[in-house]
Each structure stands twice: as structure tokens, then as C-alpha cells.
Design a protein around this ligand. Sequence first.
Ligand SMILES: *Cc1c(COP(=O)(O)O)cnc(C)c1O
Length: 383
Amino acid sequence: MRDSATAPIDVSAIAFIDLQAQRARIGARMDAAIGRVLNHGGFIMGPEVAEVERKLAAHCGAKHVITCSSGTTAIAMALMAKDVGRGDAVFVPSFTFTATAEAPAILGATPVFVDVLPDTFNLDPASLERAVAVAKQTGLRPACVIPVDLFGQPVDFDAVRAVTDRHGLWILDDAAQSYGARYKGKALGTCADITATSFYPSKPLGCYGDGGALFTGDDELAKRLRQVRVHGQNHDRNENARVGLTGRFDSIQAAVLLEKLAIFDAECTERDTVAARYAAGLKDVVTTPFVRPDCTSVWAQYTIKSPRRDRIAATLQAQGIPSAIHYLKPIHTQPPYRGFPVASGGLPVTERLAQEVISLPIHPYLTVEAQERIIAAVRAGVA
Ligand SMILES: *Cc1c(COP(=O)(O)O)cnc(C)c1O
């Protein structure tokens, strides 16, 4: 935020994620879409909510789409619909945003932390196998795994499923950063038993507030998720089939999302172009992101790796270029989560990454000139 009353606007300032640049493309349509909701007044479960669920289903090919109030709520709703609770082990990476582990913890289930792979930063199936053994030894019931499609790239579902099939676990995919990406030609939303995503404004597909969605091919599960979304109500508001919550996506956000979805595929192509420019300018001096040949990424973050991370961060800061560290403190090291089990062998890759990663500005509207400045600053930091 800058104080426009006292400071002149610096036109050369680089934003980490530039939502105002996107407004130049769709602002007029967006204002009209929001205005339509203000005029019809159906703020809760208005026609835009059903329409965006239909369009998302068509976009990714999922049979059922259930929008909801946030990505965190989406994960919690999935666990509630599957009756996950006390005594259940839910396997999660520690190298992710807190919400992945928070949702099982809210419900009294036990998050069990799993390490990630050093190249993709996504769940390590061998560590998952070791985590399942730890859970069983501790007397927990292994229930499900929540792999995260980190920074925009899908997890290796086939490798995860080889482990989950052996132990009868189901998969809840945390695609909060990655809606729009593909695994072996299949869109996220169709690669797991349930997929959760977030429409937080800075995600690749975001709205102008909080929002999220769930995707599944299972009719019974979809019915339960719709019940959980509205206090567990069944058919009418006088009958409660189960414990639920206030989990709805609101009509104004659905209207916003409809406009964003219309340009989303084009924006993903533009993100790819920006990522390719970074790779060309940086791959000889830092470890640039590795995208598996059978995956696409939607580049929620452009996260590089270097033993000189702290110097890169200082150089960027000195030049007024925003950066972020995802994730400086892995979840298993944070006070509320320290008591939960971790896979045997520990999480050495996670702990190493926390010291070496840094995320650079990325969005579809990042100019060549701005990127050249960022690339030069990173190179100065490692020199
Ligand atoms: C953002 C995010 C979430 C939570 O989404 P909210 O909409 O902010 O609740 C969950 N998991 C991951 C990996 C995320 O990046």
C-alpha cells in the first residue's frame, strides 16, 4: 500500500502480483457483473453461483463442482464429508501453506507430516510410506493423504496412488495454488477422489475476497459436500443430516470469478511466457523451477533455489523489488504443530528448502523491462 496523499506514484515499482494490471483488461466487464448482482439482490446462492459451478465443471471436466467460502474451508468440508476426526491420521506435507495441516487439526484429526522431493517440492511417496508406518505404530487410523500441487505444479498422482492403494487411503488433492494445471493430460479437479482449490485474490484464479471450490466424480460425496456447506441441511432447513458449517461462496464473488475464468486460459499462457523468460535469464546462476515433462504449471509462484538465498533477498530488497519466502518455517516446526508426528527419517528436504528458496514476482502482466531488472538483481545477489 502506498500513501497517495504524500508520495508520488512510482510508475517503475514492481508488484509481486499485479491485480490492477488485470483490471485494465476486464475492469468494465467486472464492474457491470458486480452491478448485476447488486441489482438482483440474490447475494446468497444467487444464479452466478450455479453458473460458475457449471463453467468450472466444463473447464476442468469434473462431474461435480461445489463452490465454498475459502480454500481452507474446502479442505475441512472434504474431511467432514468423509467423517474424518479424532484418531484419524491425515498425511500432509510440511512444506506448504498452513491450511493443509490446519484443516485436519480443526477437526481433531492428527496431521502426520511427510517430506517432499528436492526437484518439484511435491510430496515424496517414499516418505509417505514411512509416515503411514509411523501412524500405525502410534495407534492412529490412516485415513487419507492431502498432497499439495505446490507453486502451480501437480503432484505425481500415480506415485502417490501406488502408496495409498496399498494402505486403503483416499486422496484429497490440495490444488489451492494450481487450478488450471494438468497431470498426464488430465486437468486438476479430476486427478484425485476429491480436489480442493482456493480463489483467494493472489491465487492464479482468484476472486476479490475469499472463496474456494471442491471437485469430485462421486455422486454421494457431492451430495454430502452440499449438505456440509449449509449446516448439514438435507432438502430443507428444518432437517439436518449431519454437522456442517456456513461454507457458501457468495454471489458477488461468483460474478467476479466468472469474468476471471473467461480470461484464465489466456493468462496461463502468459504466465508460461513470463516463467520461460525467468528460466532463460537465471538458469545458469540459480536452480530454476523443474516442471515434470508430463505436467504443466500455472506458476502460482516462481520459486528459485540457491545457497545464496539470503543475499539474493537482500539485493532485491535494496532495489525495491518485492520477493517472498515460501516457506521460511515449515509447518512441523511451528508451535501449534510441533506435537504431531513426522515420517521416520524426518523431513530433511523440507528443512533444507526452507533455507534455500525464494519466490520472485510473477503474474501475467509482468513486463520484459521489469523482468530484466529482477533478473539483474538476482544475478547481482549471487555474484
Ligand atoms: C492458499 C492455500 C490454501 C488456503 O486457501 P484459502 O482460500 O486462503 O483458505 C490451502 N492450501 C494451500 C497450499 C494454499 O496455498
